[in-house]
Design a protein around this ligand. Structure first.
Ligand SMILES: *Cc1c(COP(=O)(O)O)cnc(C)c1O
Length: 405
């Protein structure tokens, strides 16, 4: 694979001069995608093993989602919620039937879904649980990632996400992830909700002990605390189930989805609620100009349909197991742990092994795009349509890079 070309350098320089430096991307300038593959401006092909943080579960440019998007864009992209549109109701029906949900609140970004859930459970706390005004507490987990808005970073424990952005939104308590006893000890009569990721993605694919979510579900029910599961990354097939909560047979009171809800075509998110919580929102109390727009609904309908009809969830389970076995067979004594569920996989290196970034750079040279999370972990999360041959192709390159270094 080529070194950084003059063309790539040119794009990089302009980004550096004119853009905010809030990302540190690999130096590959992509121009085209199809299935598990992407191409850069110099014509090099790569396998995408990040899938835009799991927004591209259905693969790049899925033809059926593309078709739905183009057709709806030509007909009616935006109506605003001041009027009704003929895509919203069928979107509600389809996503409710698929996820066993009773109420839906459509938003745009993942962070907006999180914010919306926070607003809804607070209001529920005051109006239904009887929490005194402005005393509502929400319990969250250490090393969480729920997005980048001011309220969300207020309860982040990552200094990079949080430092120097204060003053912070009050009303949050932090407990260790994976520790059900700590959650129970932190609950007070003013606790309205517990918010967690079923598997912590940005923290480095941290999988809690078996039984954690079941225990959490039981504790929340016993204390009349709403369980909010952020499935923005784990949901929609990534872990080999439609929702990761299914691995432990639990149902959250509010489930948050985003990312792959559009197959990567468009920012679409939703709060899915099986309780009375979303019922507290009355006209004028919450909204979004683009939330629930007809283009978003048409795209989401197609994205959900292909996920199910094309067997992507089952494939994620099968290929995930196969990929994990392959990763575990790689011999490199700087590897601390290999872990994963479905196609949400990670290789963590020892803290003194020089970091994961250099491996990502080397993998890029071999035609495979993956990204380090924090310093010492590489996440592997290809589109859920990846075949066994393609998985073998990826494993061969990963093994080559990790046994050489
Ligand atoms: C990506 C992500 C978010 C935020 O989504 P945005 O669309 O970037 O706002 C929230 N929670 C989790 C678990 C995520 O992975």
């Amino acid at each position: 694979m080529a070194k950084t070309s003059a063309t790539t350098q040119h794009f990089r320089d302009i980004e550096h001069d004119l853009g905010a430096h809030n990302y540190k991307p690999l130096d590959v300038v992509l121009t085209k995608g199809e299935g598990v593959w992407v191409w850069d401006v110099d014509g090099n092909r790569y396998m995408d093993c990040l899938s835009a943080y799991s927004a591209i579960n259905q693969g790049h440019c899925h033809p059926k989602i593309l078709e739905a998007m183009v057709a709806q864009a030509a007909r009616l992209p935006l109506s605003s919620r001041a009027f009704r549109n003929d895509q919203l109701a069928p979107f509600y029906e389809e996503i409710c039937a698929l996820t066993n949900t009773h109420k839906v609140l459509p938003m745009n970004s993942g962070a907006e879904a999180v914010e919306s859930a926070i607003k809804a459970v607070r209001k529920w706390g005051y109006e239904s649980k009887g929490v005194p005004t402005d005393q509502a507490e929400i319990i969250v987990c250490e090393n969480n990632f729920h997005g980048r808005t001011m309220t969300i970073v207020s309860f982040s424990t990552d200094p990079a996400a949080r430092d120097n952005f204060g003053p912070y939104t009050p009303g949050f308590k932090v407990v260790p992830f994976g520790d059900a006893a700590a959650l129970e000890a932190a609950i007070t009569p003013n606790t309205v909700a517990f918010l967690a990721e079923p598997i912590q993605g940005e923290a480095g694919v941290i999988i809690p002990v078996d039984g954690y979510l079941r225990q959490v579900r039981e504790i929340c029910s016993r204390h009349n605390v709403m369980l909010i599961l952020d499935e923005i990354q784990t949901g929609l097939g990534r872990t080999g189930k439609l929702l990761a909560e299914e691995h432990e047979d639990v149902e959250a009171d509010l489930t948050l989805v985003g990312k792959a809800l559009s197959g990567g075509f468009y920012p679409i998110s939703a709060v899915l609620s099986n309780s009375e919580v979303l019922g507290v929102l009355q006209p004028g109390e919450h909204g979004s100009t683009f939330g629930g727009n007809p283009l978003a609904c048409a795209v989401a309908r197609a994205a959900l349909k292909v996920l199910v009809e094309e067997g992507m969830i089952e494939n994620a389970e099968k290929m995930g197991d196969y990929f994990l076995k392959g990763l575990k067979n790689i011999r490199n004594n700087t590897i601390r742990e290999v872990r994963g569920r479905g196609l949400m996989l990670a290789v963590e290196f020892q803290p003194d092994a020089g970091g994961a970034r250099r491996h990502c750079e080397a993998l890029r040279q071999e035609g495979l795009l993956a990204k380090e999370t924090h310093v010492n972990t590489i996440r592997f999360a290809p589109p859920l349509i990846v075949t066994q041959d393609q998985t073998d192709w990826a494993l061969e390159r990963i093994e080559k890079v990790l046994t050489r270094n």
